[in-house]
Design a protein around this ligand. Sequence first.
Ligand code: PRX
Length: 635
Amino acid sequence: MSNYHIKHLEEYYQVYRKSVQEPEKFWEEIAEEHFLWQKRWDEVLSWDFAKPEIKWFDGAELNITENCIDRHLATRSDKTAILFEPNDPNDPTEHITYKQLHERVNKMANVLKSQGISKGDRVCIYLPMIPELAISILACARIGAIHSVIFAGFSATAIASRVNDSDCKLVITSDGSYRGAKTIDLKGIVDEALESCPGVHTSLVVKRINSDVSMKAGRDKWLQPLLDEASNTCEIEIMKAEDPLFILYTSGSTGQPKGMVHTTAGYMVYTAYSFKNVFQYKENDVYWCTADIGWITGHSYIVYGPLLNGATTVMFEGVPSYPDFGRFWDIVQKHKVTQFYTAPTAIRALARQGTELVNEYDLSSLKVLGSVGEPINEEAWHWYNDNVGKNKSPIVDTWWQTETGGIMITPIPFVTPTKPTYATLPFIGIQPTLMSESGEELMDNQVEGKLCIKFPWPSMARTIWANHKRYEETYFSTYKNKYFTGDGALRDEVGYYRITGRVDDVIIVSGHNLGTAPIEDAINEHPAVAESAVVGFPHEVKGNALYGYVTLKDTGESRNQENLQKEINQIITEHIGPIAKLDKIQFTDGLPKTRSGKIMRRILRKIASKDTGDLGDTSTLQNPEIVKDIMDNVV
Ligand code: PRX
């Protein structure tokens, strides 16, 4: 049906118009024709952004894993569902067929049940990029448990706060992980976290690196023997459309990370539909998204979106630089990858290696290239286009967020003419708008403003776990009746959108969302630190890197600044993880503040970016003299 698979620009406009003029009718048709439902919905959509309350397909009953797996068994049982490419290129690739995935998910689901997990319970998953990660997610969904995946680069403290926030009962982890030439002691990190997680009764451990780990009696269990005993059939749990499917934490501009809650039916319909169109997926394609499943990109476009379409999805355990910077291209060549979806930070890192390696491999299987996570700069865009896509594979620069569940603004390949650095047009059903500083909607083209969405879409997060008020305040209170994204954007003369970056205190480093507040809290834990402010500055590979301004307590002692810097980064690593380490630290006698005591981050951002041409009026600051002092000592 044409609505489901858009093939040319006119059709895009037609379908788009329908999707905004009659959204209920539009999504109802998609839902009816492409999914299995145990019970039909009573109402397609009800919504109120003031409360906020959003319901899609209310009254319907379903299980998303029946849609991801069971329904493909009749026609695709021997087709590869997950193609696992291990860290070490000399280890064999694993092809998990839909039939095998069905069995493995059922077994895992039965193990979870045997450990007392049932519908509505929260399960934390802290695993490397191995098949058990996808299988655990699906096993939770099969029995109605709510999965909360924590990226396996987060520290013990970060795990503990997330596990406690959503009161997880069980954790799934591994004895360790491979990362290029290194191994990481995931079990040790989890053990440390669980010391402060009284609600966790069980920790299931996957054996991956065969390391010698300690197992706490009564709590820790090796997964494999339990799987060996488990039955390979497990009935689906019947879920309501709006039952939570998962929680995924994302950074906010203030406070603790937000546990975004995604629900079942709308998320399923939107991720399936967007996957099909944004990647122009066809039956025998081999699709590869290089993200980690610990982030939303992996949830929606490694696991759910592809499997809902019966696709073959590649899961890569390793890193782009191991054993050398040709690894990505080696995998594309080896598996004849057709769609390749990665992040600008990876493209920049690979571009730095030149073109020799990329030219060594046969990349002719590629049809579509994707980019996600941060704005892609023009240079990276061209490098990607010329050297990977050979000027024949369109680049889809997909803008979206953990909160949006699915891709929101994007070209459709072979349909939307692309334009470097532009995410281009709203995807079907998405109604973006730009708001002025004074809160008016900017109706014209060639304007820049704050990016909002005016109308609900099926995969939007419904709440923040245990904090609905924060959900309302963060996303729906800045502009009445609009979802505020936290991003700035401009719209060009033909209506294309270009995302200009965050307009709040969230910094995107290597495509990872980092809130400044938790990093500053960590720095302030250091006994010598009085106060700190963290800002972003442009970085050639990471997009942005972190710059910390730190004032020290006046103890009269002299201190070794080099050691202090190391200690501060050590504390950040312990509290959050190595991704939040500061690239630069400047010790200063004070921070510029308004008369009401607010730190003037705008000024600090400019100084860190060495963009001090126009600092604005600093005379009204509490301490204007500090600005010059900071500028003179910039790192
Ligand atoms: O600032 C935008 C940026 O990443 C933020 C969302 O981060 P996260 O929730 O971690 O999800 C990332 C993967 C979907 C956005 O608010 N961002 C994401 N994609 C793009 C982008 N900025 C510019 N262009 C993009 N294509």
